[in-house]
Design a binder for this molecule. Structure first.
Ligand SMILES: Nc1ncnc2c1ncn2[C@@H]1O[C@H](COP(=O)(O)OP(=O)(O)O)[C@@H](O)[C@H]1O
Ligand SMILES: CC(C)(COP(=O)(O)O)[C@@H](O)C(=O)NCCC(=O)O
Ligand SMILES: [K+]
Length: 244
């Protein structure tokens, strides 16, 4: 049994895996990380490994306290990954993106894959059928868009996610919702269309905190799997054990 932990820039997500099956998922804040992991391990004392991927402000040292009880693996760029990394700056590629690319490569072998993670940022990652990781894009996520409109202007209120009534926002609030939500959806559909021009065939994996909200609004039919990063963490860890 392993406990996987994904430290994003907004929240921490965790899941207990028995083989390939996720037994339970958890979401928490970074200031409660130790206590929450403690609680999970109490509930699942059979956890033998703690597997972490962090792009947030939490470093490996935050997990060292668990090292006397279970095997700790904190993913870094030095680990073995099942794809050829063609990114021009592989050392600055987010470890979350590497785990997503690894999961896509392992779960969907020998085909072109596009992974879209709608989290704090939207990240796009493309792995071709020869398992070359080519790169993708990084843009602001849904909540970040609402927050930046407020933080970098004098007059725009901080709103929370709401379905816009129309493209033609007829008030400040509606104009913001239209800009953020419709802009978000158009961006993703636009990227998918671009990829389609270059690669006739590819599968799309949509994940992240806004995946479910997004999936039903996209023109392109995509199935969301909000657990994809944690599943990929578990699979990439298994891959590491088998290939080290
Ligand atoms: N309870 C929540 N708290 C914060 N963000 C949430 C929540 N529910 C949904 N979201 C959405 O999830 C996004 C963050 O996704 P997440 O995958 O958790 O990010 P990260 O992996 O970067 O921490 C935000 O853009 C926000 O719109
Ligand atoms: C782009 C990210 C901030 C996304 O983080 P997230 O939205 O998952 O919290 C993260 O993958 C990161 O810090 N990347 C480093 C730059 C790069 O991937 O090229
Ligand atoms: K992301």
């Amino acid at each position: 049994m392993i406990l996987t932990v994904d430290v994003g820039n907004t929240r921490i997500k965790a899941s207990v895996f028995e083989g390939n099956t996720s037994l339970e998922n958890f979401v928490f804040d970074k200031n409660e990380i130790e206590k929450k992991i403690e609680n999970i391990l109490e509930k699942y004392p059979k956890c033998s490994d703690l597997v972490v991927a962090s792009v947030g402000s939490i470093e490996k040292k935050s997990f060292l306290t668990f090292e006397n009880r279970l095997k700790l693996h904190f993913f870094t760029h030095e680990d073995v990954f099942p794809f050829h990394n063609k990114y021009a700056t592989p050392k600055t590629l987010g470890i979350d993106r590497m785990i997503l690319a690894a999961g896509a490569t392992l779960q969907f072998p020998k085909q072109n894959r596009l992974v879209i993670d709608a989290g704090t940022c939207i990240t796009y990652d493309f792995i071709d059928e020869n398992d070359n990781y080519l790169g993708g894009a990084i843009s602001p996520g849904l909540r970040l868009r609402y927050e930046s409109l407020h933080n970098f202007t004098a007059r725009l209120p901080l709103l929370t996610l709401e379905e816009p009534d129309s493209y033609v926002g007829n008030s400040t609030a509606q104009a913001i919702h239209s800009g953020v939500v419709n802009g978000f959806v158009y961006e993703i559909d636009g990227f998918i269309d671009e990829y389609r021009k270059e690669f006739s065939n590819f599968i799309i994996i949509l994940t992240g905190g806004d995946a479910d909200f997004l999936a039903k609004r996209l023109k392109n039919t995509i199935f969301a799997n909000s657990n994809f990063l944690l599943e990929s963490l578990s699979q990439t860890y298994q891959y590491k054990i088998d290939n080290d």
